[in-house]
Design a protein around this ligand. Structure first.
Ligand code: AMP
Ligand code: ZN
Length: 468
């Protein structure tokens, strides 16, 4: 089966046929830096990371653009409440955002353009829309006339009859589907904006949120590109408005595949700042949750399914990630006797199935069962001493290859074992061999005090660190 993705535009899975061969243009709506991201927001970024890593795994070269919204209604309000300049306010949350991405092992995008640094491009787009009679000026700003864009509503499947075009445009960045109306491209300065404004031929003001993404995507990816992502709540109005603006200016199809990530839920409700039911990565870490476990939890459910967050599920994810790391460690140490052809065959089959599932709109849950069936089988071989070095190397290469997509294995080097720990381990071995189990237990407890646990296997004793 060829690679296929579910396209929100057509509401079905479509074969992935990129516009420019192996070179992919990918745009993701990034954070609005007015607060710490919650783990629901982070789900949508981890989803893009999975998508991008998989495309790279398949041999595509991805140019990934993720904007940073550092001027909008919410950032201006926040800066004002704190009485600090906008940039001082947004800088803090922008930094926290990048810290979160790095904790979650998210590969950096090619570029993270800030809205405030691209206002010139936005002004040009708005001017063109005015010149073409698609936008019009009002007292409080410039508005996009949705009646002039015939395809308005195609992405969110709006009923065109219900659309209100004309005098009562919406100025707010966010509004519901039933309030669909002409929307603000440019918001004329008012006292609440303080010193946040730019001069434009159509008056002093600031851009609306939607035009930001149209300007930044075309600057870095051109008028048409392959994939645009975001959370499902962005389908309307944000992405609908992006399409209208971009296509009205360029006359070309803006985006070929629209991919949207479902929500992270808590007790059946969307995790949201406005509902107060959210956790940030900091909250998770304070409760001794692990970022890699969170990453695993977020990617292991299909991106188009809602995912209910619980600490129990996080704990289970931690056990799974630990078991994968453990498996990798065991393979590094394997020195049994076995048949390399058997593992070569297991790897070939697992890889083929993994790819087939991932090709099917990133069916990661099924792809993971393939990986864990493989781990289960190989673990049995390890326990029976049937894993020779060549096979172990091949099995490890497979797990590491899969992890180029999953990104959950810890990169740690083998930890050095101190002389003191080595002495305790050897002492325990000697005591055990002599049948002095009391002494062996005493030494095992002493090791535990030092954060070391021992695992006995056919291939001898293994050292495990409690804190890794
Ligand atoms: P915002 O910073 O509010 O613009 O949101 C950033 C991204 O997070 C957007 O792509 C939203 O669609 C997404 N998002 C917001 N809440 C959730 C949630 N509970 N689960 C998944 N994604 C979300
Ligand atoms: Zn956007």
């Amino acid at each position: 089966m060829a690679l296929q993705f579910y396209n929100t535009l057509s509401r079905r899975k479509e074969k992935f046929e990129p516009l420019r061969g192996k070179k992919i243009g990918l745009y993701s709506c990034g954070p609005t830096v007015y607060n710490f991201a919650h783990i629901g927001n982070l789900r949508s970024y981890v989803f893009v990371d999975l998508l991008k890593r998989y495309l790279e795994w398949k041999g595509y070269a991805v140019t990934h653009v993720m904007n940073v919204t550092d001027v909008d209604d919410k950032t201006i309000r926040g800066a004002k409440q704190e009485g600090v300049p906008l940039r001082i306010f947004t800088e803090r949350y922008e930094k926290a955002f990048f810290d979160d991405l790095s904790s979650l092992n998210v590969e950096p995008a090619t570029v993270y353009p800030r809205a405030t640094e691209h206002v010139g491009g936005m002004i040009k787009l708005i001017q063109k829309l005015l010149d073409d009679g698609i936008a019009y000026k009002k007292e409080d700003g410039v508005y996009f006339a949705i009646s002039s864009f015939k395809k308005y509503g195609a992405l969110s499947h709006l009923n065109r009859e219900s659309l209100k075009s004309g005098a009562s445009g919406v100025r707010a960045d966010e509004y519901a589907k039933d309030a669909a109306a002409d929307f603000a491209l440019w918001k004329a300065w008012d006292a609440a904006d303080g010193d946040v404004f730019w001069e434009a031929p159509f008056g002093r003001g600031r851009p609306g949120w939607h035009i930001e993404c149209s300007a930044m995507s075309s600057k870095y990816l051109g008028d048409s590109f392959d994939i645009h992502t975001g959370g499902v709540d962005l389908v309307f109005p944000h992405h609908e408005n992006e399409i209208a603006q971009s296509e009205a200016v360029s006359g070309k199809k803006f985006v070929k595949y629209w991919m949207h990530c479902e929500h992270l839920m808590v007790d059946g409700r969307k995790m949201a700042k406005s509902l107060g039911n959210f956790y940030t990565l900091r909250d998770i870490e304070e409760r001794k949750g692990d970022a890699m476990a969170l990453r695993y939890l977020l990617i292991s459910t299909h991106y188009r399914s809602q995912l209910n967050f619980t600490f129990d599920a996080l704990e289970q994810a931690k056990n799974t990630v630990d078991s994968l790391n453990d498996f990798a460690e065991r393979l590094r140490e394997a020195k049994g006797k076995g048949d390399p052809a058997r593992v070569a065959d297991m790897v070939a089959q697992a890889k083929r199935k993994f790819e087939a599932y991932m090709d099917d709109d990133l069916n990661v849950a099924y792809a993971l069962t393939v990986v864990f069936d493989f781990v289960h089988e190989a673990n049995k071989m390890l326990a029976a001493g049937e894993m020779d070095r060549v096979s172990a190397k091949e099995a490890l290469a497979f797990i590491e290859d899969v992890d180029r997509v999953l990104g959950v294995l810890s990169k740690r080097k083998k930890r050095a074992v101190s002389a003191e720990v080595r002495e305790l381990v050897d002492g325990r071995e000697a005591a055990r061999k002599k049948g002095d189990f009391k002494e062996a237990d005493r030494l095992r407890a002493a090791l535990r005090e030092k954060g070391v646990v021992l695992e006995d296997s056919k291939e001898g004793v293994r050292i495990k660190w409690l804190d890794s």
